[in-house]
Design a binder for this molecule. Structure first.
Ligand code: URA
Length: 187
């Protein structure tokens, strides 16, 4: 699909989501749909928006987002060249973990968003996004490993917020990012 067609499809999907009052958290928080290059080869998927993301209606723009931006820059990429979104697209109250029923309710929309963007590589950020693709995986064991799921490479890494909390996780996060250009190139 040409980028203009993708942009159109994504706008329609965002409008559908905005109107879907059956979605959990609808009416309680802003919809943070996602942003970036609609033709990106690499899509980053987090857990759910936080307070800053809710306010600005953009994914990963708080402290975790700043770390993600630095890591994307450190491997010579630009944020504008990838696509960034979350599995649950509204902020859970008090930044609690997303509930299984919230993940399930938002799932068909994320599936469609992935179909339209059609990235070669998906980078789940943290265990909730990882388990969406790899239900039996364990983030402490399986971060930085490339899997094939439905014809796409899935390469989970720690969540930036976890990396900010723990020096060990930060080291692993940085090491995993260093390998990402090779993973994206198919090495
Ligand atoms: N954490 C996430 O998982 N997603 C965001 O957009 C921000 C913080």
């Amino acid at each position: 699909m040409i980028p203009a067609g993708k942009r159109n499809e994504l706008s329609k999907l965002e409008a559908l989501m905005a109107e879907d009052s059956s979605l959990p958290l609808a009416g309680q928080a802003n919809l943070v749909f996602g942003e970036g290059d609609v033709d990106a080869a690499v899509m980053f998927i987090g857990e759910a928006p936080g307070e800053t993301e809710d306010r600005l209606r953009r994914p990963f723009v708080g402290r975790g987002g700043q770390l993600l931006d630095r890591m994307i820059g450190a491997i010579g990429w630009r944020r504008a060249d990838v696509y960034i979104t979350n599995i649950v697209k509204r902020r859970p109250p008090g930044n609690r973990d997303p509930l299984p029923e919230e993940i399930a309710a938002y799932r068909p929309y994320l599936a469609r968003q992935i179909d339209v963007i059609d990235p070669r590589v998906i980078v789940p950020l943290g265990r909730f996004a990882m388990c969406y693709f790899l239900p039996d995986a364990k983030i402490s064991r399986d971060h930085g490993r490339a899997w094939t799921v439905d014809g796409r490479v899935v390469y989970p890494v720690y969540h930036p917020a976890a990396a900010l909390r723990s020096p060990d996780m930060m080291r692993a996060f940085q090491e995993d990012f260093k390998k990402l250009p090779g993973v994206a190139a198919g090495n």
